[in-house]
Design a protein around this ligand. Sequence first.
Ligand code: SF4
Length: 225
Amino acid sequence: MMARISEIFESIQGEGILLGVLQLFIRFCGCNLNCYYCDTIKDSDLCKDEVNRKFLKNPIEIDYVQKVIDSSKVHSVSFTGGEPMLQAEFIKSLRKTKPFYLETNMTLPDKAKELKFVDFVAGDLKVREARIKNYDDIIERTFKSFKILRNTKKRLTFCKIILPSEFENKEIINSALQIKDYVCCFVLQPVFGVELDNIFKLQKEILEFADVRLIPQVHKLIGVK
Ligand code: SF4
C-alpha cells in the first residue's frame, strides 16, 4: 500500500489542547477543500523526510512510514495534510505503535468511520467563506463526522474553529450547539495576525454551554514548523 506524502518531520504540536507535545508529523498530499488561509502543499512529486534527512519519490510505501513511526521517540504521530481522511485506508493499515492524532477538516463522515481507533481528533468546524462550495452540505457532513469520532474515554476529540476578524457569529453558535456533546472543548484559533475583539465575544457566548479556549498557532509565534 502507498500514499502521496509531502513531508515527514518531528516538531511540537503548535495548535489546540495538546499544544507543545513532541510529535512525528506525516503530512499527506491532497485535500477536498480549498480554504483561503491554507498554507499546506497540495501535491508534490517528492516527499521530504526530515527525520532521515532525505527526499523520496512519491508515492511512499507503507512499510517505510511504519519504520519511521516505530523508530521515532515522540508523544504521538500526527496525521495531517492536506486532508488525512482521504488516506483512511493507509492510516488504518499502519500498526499503532504510538498514539495516533488526526488533524482533519471533518467533512468526510464515511472515511471517519474507518478511523475510530485513533487516540486524538483535532477536528475543524469550518466558517462560511467564498472559497468553500456547498457550505450547508459541508456543515451537515461535519456534524456527522463529529458524532462518529466523538470524545470518549478512549479518544480525546476537540473542535477547532479557525477565525478571521469578521465572521457570522450566530451561524457558528448554532453549529457549536450541534457539536458540543461530541467534544471535550472548543478551540478558537485566530488566523495569524487578525483583530481579536469579535473572537473574545464569541468565546463568551460559547462559554455559556461548553468549555472553550482561545489558542493561537504557537509554532508560528516561536518560529518552528
Ligand atoms: S481543509 Fe486544511 S488542508 Fe484542506 S484546504 Fe482547508 S486548510 Fe488547507
